[in-house]
Design a protein around this ligand. Structure first.
Ligand code: TXA
Ligand code: MG
Length: 314
């Protein structure tokens, strides 16, 4: 049985107790809901992989309440510190060298010498992290390969019966996952486009970080090409609708669902997975998607759209 917990002191206490006992609790963050387990507990982390049916080579992000909680976990370089100061709490994940003896299950990093860490901004996530008092490993709270959840209801639809609880914090405001930044010889590299735009990273770094291509040596191993996929087939850059298709629009146009009538990319990001979930609920088989500009958050949106449209193993 999966219980729905309210974002109250009693809800946080119950969620923290479940986590301390090795249970799994889905939590709201500003990006998407995460499936949280105690990062230091091998059994809890193993059960995250099982609940999601996630390939075990794919490492997890550790979420913490504050910068001090990172001290035992990772080495923070000057550049990483500058990004942290600028964007935390917020939709940024940093991949940093793990300290020896870090209190983290080896399953979290899937054998890598680096650890992905994030300080989320969502007040409910932060309240729970404080109540729990340690690091929480949390991938997006969806069955592996499916659409990330942006409401408690999405989480329930995918994982009810497989996890202990969902902490309900309403709809996620950013709507796409965090931007993941790693470092190669001291230079920042974007491993996954996400809620912090490249232009904003560039302002802090003083240079525009490169986007790591799939299959390159340092990459986010979870970036399987088919991912974030609704059940229907997805056709991109659609300028008109073909017979049998439902049109997912962007900007003022005639369409079935619109990412943002105003053509606002932040609004489109917040709506993207919600609309995918709606299309799944309506059992739509063919989805045409209007072009979305490749700037700002449009980079993360187009990344998710391309993965949704990629050839599938099934
Ligand atoms: O917004 C988010 O980042 C959400 C919320 C819940 O925080 N989490 C999320 O987690 O999207 P997940 O597990 O779905 O995606 C994490 C990505 C994966 O692609 C994984 O391969 C990559 O981070 N990753 C984790 N640890 C890594 C590491 N040490 N080096 C490179 N990539 C890493
Ligand atoms: Mg995910």
């Amino acid at each position: 049985m999966t219980v729905l917990l309210p974002p109250t002191d009693a809800g946080y206490a119950r969620a923290a107790a479940l986590l301390r006992a090795g249970g799994l609790v889905a939590i709201p963050t500003e990006t998407v809901y995460g499936l949280a387990g105690n990062a230091a507990d091998d059994r809890a982390v193993a059960s995250i992989y099982t609940a999601k049916a996630r390939p075990s080579f794919n490492p997890l992000i550790v979420h913490v309440a504050d910068r001090a909680a990172l001290d035992p976990l990772v080495e923070v370089s000057c550049e990483a510190g500058a990004l942290a100061a600028a964007f935390w709490p917020g939709p940024l994940t940093l991949v940093l060298p793990m300290k020896s003896g870090a209190p983290v299950s080896p399953l979290v990093s899937a054998g890598l010498s680096t650890l992905a860490v994030r300080l989320p901004a969502h007040p409910v996530a932060r309240a729970l992290l404080r109540a729990f008092g340690g690091g929480l490993a949390a991938p997006s709270a969806n069955p592996s390969g499916r659409i990330s959840p942006t409401t408690a209801k999405h989480v329930m639809a995918g994982l009810a019966g497989r996890i202990d609880a969902v902490l309900d914090g309403g709809a996620c405001v950013v709507g796409v996952e965090s931007t993941i930044v790693g470092f190669d010889a001291g230079r920042a590299i974007i491993l996954r486009a996400g809620g912090v735009a490249t232009e904003d990273l560039a302002r802090v770094l003083g240079y525009r970080p490169e986007q790591r291509k799939d299959g390159a040596a340092i990459s986010a191993p979870g970036q399987l090409s088919s991912h974030y996929a609704p059940r229907g087939r997805v056709r991109l850059e659609a300028r008109s609708v073909q017979e049998g298709e439902v049109l997912l629009g962007f900007g003022a146009m005639a369409c079935d669902l619109n990412l943002s009538v105003r053509g606002d990319l932040a609004e489109a990001a917040a709506n993207l997975f919600r609309h995918f979930h709606t299309l799944d609920e309506r059992r739509v088989a063919h989805i045409a998607v209007a072009p979305v500009p490749e700037v700002g958050l449009g980079v993360a949106i187009n990344d998710r759209l391309r993965r949704a449209a990629a050839p599938r193993p099934d």
